[in-house]
Design a protein around this ligand. Structure first.
Ligand SMILES: Nc1ncnc2c1ncn2[C@@H]1O[C@H](COP(=O)(O)OP(=O)(O)OP(=O)(O)O)[C@@H](O)[C@H]1O
Ligand SMILES: [Mg+2]
Length: 304
């Protein structure tokens, strides 16, 4: 098996006159979990579709499981499991029928699919729903079925576009546990997510995209150390502008987002000392996390 599962080299893509992928390069090693993070519209799903050979780059090279994409897409897709951003299940079919039909796309025999269905239902905790129509499932159940369906061909590589969006916290923890299990068995995962905790827990490495550019890449820990590297205090309950001017001399950086002042403070005690005696203020002191990195690097603006 190739040691490199995915390679993007100088990849560009425009839709009309809008450049949505602007010279992206990265490599994902076999057995790694690699994250694609970025604000809405940053180009994550476009890159995920390129891994599947469903979107053709205008420039650059995409190689997946040792073959060029999209030229050898059919071959590569035999070894890939897909969780698209939006579920595309057959609503009129039952859970079981959805799995049967999907398995047929991979040329599996009905017997082979039937043999694997119980473990897939167990994976998704849908054992009691085998004969339910998909239209009658909750949103989270549909998502879990899409996840289970992605495993039907025992893929080497999983391409997961926001796998846990719409799931409740229990279901999300269940899926994280299952994805860890797959990683422990040597699978490779490329995943997009808006949940920074998910990326921090699962990803060996990740890149942050903004306006189609790869603006940072590394392990979650390395990115947090490089871009933040000190404790964070969130302060709310006062006038954010006034508070931020008051503490600015005592912190590395201060930012206001809505009613909250974010202080990046190597010496948190100095900040607290400045604000002692002020009534009504609330403090939350915590270690830095990936969300701090994300906000710092991508800014707080929404896609226009
Ligand atoms: N088929 C298409 N035709 C035209 N524009 C497209 C097409 N697909 C994507 N785009 C545009 O490309 C940009 C990137 O879209 P993409 O879906 O890759 O973003 P994303 O990072 O996945 O966003 P989100 O977090 O909202 O899912 C967006 O501006 C989007 O409108
Ligand atoms: Mg997307």
């Amino acid at each position: 098996m190739s040691k490199v599962a995915i390679e993007f080299a100088g990849v560009k893509k425009s839709f009309g006159n809008k450049l949505v992928v602007n010279g992206v390069s990265f490599t994902v090693a076999s057995g790694e979990c690699f994250g694609l993070l970025g604000p809405n519209g940053a180009g994550k799903s476009t890159l995920a579709r390129m891994v599947l050979g469903m979107t053709r780059p205008d420039a650059g090279k995409v190689t997946v499981l040792g073959v060029p994409m999209p030229a050898r897409g059919r071959l590569a897709r035999k070894g890939i499991g897909v969780v698209p951003q939006f579920d595309n299940l057959d609503l009129e079919f039952t859970v079981r029928e959805n799995l049967l039909v999907f398995g047929c796309y991979f040329g599996m025999s009905t017997r082979a699919i039937e043999a694997i269905i119980p473990s897939l239902l167990e994976f998704a905790r849908l054992e009691s729903k085998a004969h339910a129509r998909v239209a009658d499932l909750s949103g989270g159940m549909k998502r879990r079925l899409t996840l289970a369906r992605a495993l039907i061909n025992d893929p080497q590589l999983l391409v997961m576009d926001e796998p846990t969006t719409g799931l409740d916290p229990h279901a999300r923890h269940l899926i994280w546990e299952r994805l860890r299990f797959l990683l422990a068995r040597g699978k490779t995962i490329i995943l997009t997510t808006h949940f920074m905790e998910e990326a921090e827990r699962l990803c060996d490495r990740l890149c942050i995209l903004d306006h189609g550019c790869n603006i940072a890449e590394g392990s979650p820990y390395a990115l947090i150390e490089e871009h933040i590297g000190c404790p964070v205090i969130e302060i709310f309950g006062g006038n954010p502008q006034e508070l931020s001017s008051l503490i600015r001399p005592y912190v590395q950086r201060v930012e206001v987002s809505g009613e909250t002042v974010f202080c990046y403070a190597p010496d948190p005690e100095q900040v607290r000392a400045q604000l002692r005696g002020r009534s009504g203020l609330r403090f939350l002191q915590r270690p830095p996390n990936l969300e701090d990195v994300f906000l710092r690097l991508t800014g707080l603006e929404l896609e226009k």
